[in-house]
Design a protein around this ligand. Sequence first.
Ligand SMILES: [Zn+2]
Ligand SMILES: [Zn+2]
Length: 107
Amino acid sequence: MTDSPRQAPMPATLRAGRPPRHPALAIRCPHCSAAADMRCTTRTGRTRIQRLAPCDARLEAHATAHAEATAVCPDCQVAPGTPCRKPNGRPLGDIHPARRIEAGDAA
Ligand SMILES: [Zn+2]
Ligand SMILES: [Zn+2]
């Protein structure tokens, strides 16, 4: 009779051993064209290498999307979820820098 377990149950910390996904991966990378939820890649010769960190452009795009989704723009006064607009009411095509600061994404 043996009461020593042959296989200990796997601790939850080990099962969740993968590092948390970077929030910027939720959007497509405008730099290397990695799809949403895919890691950024870099071309070296014929192969595509997965990068551990998202491209700067992807981080930038994510910060912009995050600010647009969550912050009221102090500059053009649009509500969260609404794109920034110019004083003439036309879309700005980007967000005002003040909005990104408002969103608390100073990085
Ligand atoms: Zn990328
Ligand atoms: Zn704005």
